[in-house]
Write a protein that binds this ligand. Structure first.
Ligand code: AHM
Ligand code: MG
Length: 335
C-alpha cells in the first residue's frame, strides 16, 4: 500500500543527493562527503541555538562560569565548527566565511576541489530574542590547478550548489545542486534531514513585500516608487502585506514558500546595501532562480555579478518572477 511506503521509505538528504549526483559519477562521492560535513555543521548549530536560550536562563539565575570565562559567542563557535568540519572533509581547498577577514586555504594534504563560501550564523542580532536565524552557503569547484583567490571571486552563476539551513520552530535545510530546489527537515529523533519539501517552486506572483522600511528616508527613486505601489496600488489590485523579520534566511524562506519579494536596496548612506555578495546574495539568488523566481541588483541579474572583494556588498531584490519584473521595470525607467 502506497501510504505505508511513505511512512517507511525515508528519503534522507544523503540518499537524495547520491541519487541526484548519479549523473556525475566522477564527483558523486566527493560531493556527498562535502555535503555531509556541511550537514554536520548545521546539526551542531541547531543544537547550540536551542540550548543558547537555556544558558541565558541559567545566567539570569545567578550562576556564572566557574573560571569566570566568557562563553564563546554563538556565531564565533558556529564558525569554528564549520571551518573544522569543512577542512576535515578533505574535499575543500578554499573557505570564505563571513566571520573571517581572510579566506582560509586548506593545506595540500587535506585538500579537495571544492570552495565553500558561507555565513555560519546569519541574523545573529536575533539570537537573544529567539527569532529564527540561519546558515547560508555556496559551493564552487576548482579543477586542475592550484587554488587562488580568483577561484572564489566568481559570478554566482558559476556556483555548483547553494543552500541555507534555518534554525526556526524546526530545523530546515533548503538545497539546490542546480536542478531545482528541495527542502529537508531535521528529524531530531533520527538526527537525519528528511525530504519534506520536494521540488520547491516559488509562486509566480506574491502578496507580500519584505524590506527594512526604517531606511526609507534614504532610498532611491525606484525603490521608493516600488514600495509605494505595494501599499497604494493604482491598478485596482489589493495592497501587499509587509513581513520583515530582519533575518535573511527566515525572510527568504518565507518568500520562497509563499511568494512575494525581499528587498535590501542600496540607499544614500549605504549605496551597496548591507548584504554580502558571496555568501548572502549569491546563494539566495541561486535558490530563487532554481525555484523559478528572479534576483536583481538594481542594475543586473544578481548571479552575473563578478565580486572584486571577498566581503563585497550589493543591493538585492529577489523573489517571485512577476514581482521582480516590476522592480526591474522601475529601475530601467530611471536609467
Ligand atoms: P548579519 O550578518 O550582521 O547578521 O546581518 C545580516 C542580516 C540579514 O540576516 C538581514 O537580512 C539583514 O541583516 C537585516 O538588516 P537590517 O537590520 O538593516 O534590516
Ligand atoms: Mg550575515
Amino acid at each position: 500500500h502506497s501510504a505505508d511506503a511513505h511512512r517507511t521509505d525515508l528519503m534522507t538528504i544523503t540518499r537524495f543527493v547520491l541519487n541526484e549526483q548519479s549523473k556525475h559519477p566522477e564527483s558523486r562521492g566527493d560531493f556527498t562527503i562535502l555535503l555531509s560535513h556541511i550537514v554536520l555543521g548545521c546539526k551542531f548549530v541547531c543544537s547550540a541555538v536551542s540550548k543558547a536560550g537555556l544558558a541565558k536562563l541559567i545566567g539570569l539565575a545567578g550562576e556564572t562560569n566557574v573560571q569566570g570565562e566568557e562563553q564563546k559567542k554563538l556565531d564565533v563557535l558556529s564558525n569554528d565548527v564549520f571551518i573544522k568540519a569543512l577542512i576535515s572533509s578533505g574535499r575543500t581547498c578554499i573557505l570564505v566565511s563571513e566571520e573571517d577577514e581572510e579566506a582560509t586555504f586548506v593545506e595540500p594534504s587535506n585538500r579537495g576541489k571544492y570552495c565553500v563560501v558561507f555565513d555560519p550564523l546569519d541574523g545573529s542580532s536575533n539570537i537573544d530574542c529567539g527569532v529564527s536565524i540561519g546558515t547560508i552557503f555556496g559551493i564552487y569547484m576548482v579543477d586542475g590547478h592550484d587554488p587562488t583567490i580568483e577561484d572564489v571571486l566568481q559570478p554566482g552563476k558559476n556556483m555548483l550548489a547553494a543552500g541555507y539551513c534555518m534554525y526556526g520552530s524546526s530545523c530546515t535545510l533548503v538545497l539546490s545542486t542546480g536542478t531545482g530546489v528541495n527542502g529537508f527537515t531535521l528529524d531530531p529523533s533520527l538526527g537525519e534531514f528528511i525530504l519534506t519539501h520536494p521540488d520547491i517552486k516559488i509562486p509566480k506572483k506574491g502578496k507580500i513585500y519584505s524590506v527594512n522600511e526604517g531606511n526609507a528616508k534614504n532610498w532611491d527613486g525606484p525603490t521608493t516608487k516600488y514600495v509605494e505601489k505595494c501599499k497604494f496600488p493604482k491598478d485596482g489590485s489589493s495592497p501587499k502585506s509587509l513581513r520583515y523579520i530582519g533575518s535573511m534566511v527566515a525572510d527568504v524562506h518565507r518568500t520562497l514558500l509563499y511568494g512575494g519579494i525581499f528587498l535590501y536596496p542600496g540607499d544614500k548612506k549605504s549605496p551597496n546595501g548591507k548584504l554580502r555578495v558571496l555568501y548572502e546574495v549569491f546563494p539566495m539568488s541561486f535558490l530563487m532562480e532554481q525555484a523559478g523566481g528572479q534576483a536583481f541588483t538594481g542594475k543586473i541579474r544578481a548571479l552575473d555579478l563578478v565580486p572584486k572583494k571577498l566581503h563585497e556588498r550589493s543591493p538585492i531584490f529577489l523573489g517571485s518572477y512577476d514581482d521582480v519584473e516590476e522592480i526591474k521595470a522601475l529601475y530601467a525607467a530611471e536609467a
